[in-house]
Design a binder for this molecule. Sequence first.
Ligand SMILES: [Zn+2]
Length: 208
Amino acid sequence: MQKLEKLEISQKTDVNILRRTTFSPRVKNAQIKLICGPMFSGKTTHLLKAVNQERSAGKKVFVFKPKLDDRYAEEAVVSHDKNQVEAYPVSKSVEILDYFMNADVVAIDEVQFFDEQIVEVCQKVANSGKTVIAAGLDMDYLGRPFGQIPMLLTVADDIKKLNSVCTFCSGKARFSHRISQDNGIVVLGEKDKYVPLCRSCYHELKDK
Ligand SMILES: [Zn+2]
């Protein structure tokens, strides 16, 4: 009974705090948007489209990418269909906090390669009233959750999961199967090293 009374008092207090709080519309509209899927599913194309839409609406967009990804261009994010935007390569996710205050929108490509602080960084940016749009691989070549993607899926306000087309059966592909002999988790490459596969074809091939 005593416990119940205490609970009632704290609930009343919480309601009063809510009544006293005024919300800024800028902060209210801030979001973390996550675009994820396997290789060749158009993640970067989606990210660049979102960046261009925000810029067309007059928003200042900063684009970041992990420093290790130099497949196409050192200071650009380039999609497989050869669209590109200028991007800041960063070694550590906290470096994003040095730049983001002058932006309205922060876009991050290959977010699976960032260190674990990327989750806190994305939340800090969004909590300050800015939109975060991040794109990344949700599973590694062994079908395991990649990097901080599971945590980002939890904190994201908006999630877009993309599929590719299975190389064998043309079904919906969710797996990035590695066809080269490299064993490291991070092996950068294109269609010479990876093929998109559906769940059935992936497991059929893996179990052989
Ligand atoms: Zn298949």
